[in-house]
Design a protein around this ligand. Sequence first.
Ligand SMILES: Nc1nc2c(c(=O)[nH]1)N[C@H]1C(S)=C(S)[C@@H](COP(=O)(O)O)O[C@H]1N2
Ligand SMILES: [Mo]
Length: 203
Amino acid sequence: MNRALTRREEEERLRREGRLPPGQSLTLKFPVLHYGPVPRYDDLSRWTLRVFGLVEEERVFTYDEILAMPRTRIVADIHCVTRWSMVDTVWEGVRFRDFLEHVRVKPEARFVVTHCEYGYTTNLPLEVMLDDDVLLAYRFGGKPLEPEHGWPLRTVVPKKYFWKSAKWVRGFEFLAEDRLGFWEQAGYHNEADPWKEQRFARG
Ligand SMILES: Nc1nc2c(c(=O)[nH]1)N[C@H]1C(S)=C(S)[C@@H](COP(=O)(O)O)O[C@H]1N2
Ligand SMILES: [Mo]
């Protein structure tokens, strides 16, 4: 059987089931998309995750501390603003909500900016980040996350276009007022709901 035909049939099935947001098509192979180089980590003992902004106490987590937190597995469909979607992707890691058990966030904090290697940022309301399916992921498809997909740690926020899922995460900043991230400043939609086709802020 022809693989392209299989993909198209699968796409049609998903469309009928209402699982493909408007303007999206199915991909079977996981694309790699980012701005800038892929960071290398030769020594994860030097890796840190910094939590700052509106927290009672700034904290720096080690990779081992992240690995010691309760592990959650999610199966999710992901949607990129460049119009590909992938279905039934399997991620493992720590729920952002469970991670926050270790952080005392101040009551006035309402937004989270995720900070990544080389200055990539993306912003979301704290409420969105507290959803059941928002993960700090270190495994994909039953294997350690590949470097180009965000190893050693990325966020996965399946309900938003995929630029809100940050690779090579190094920090979370809590804010009272919203502050636009990298693509949001470049004109991407701040809310990024694929079902509402919130791709760009203007246009
Ligand atoms: N640190 C970082 N994270 C990032 C990006 C980036 O440039 N840097 N690009 C985003 C965009 S636009 C997309 S579509 C997804 C792509 O993730 P993937 O390469 O695992 O498919 O990563 C997002 N996270
Ligand atoms: Mo993207």
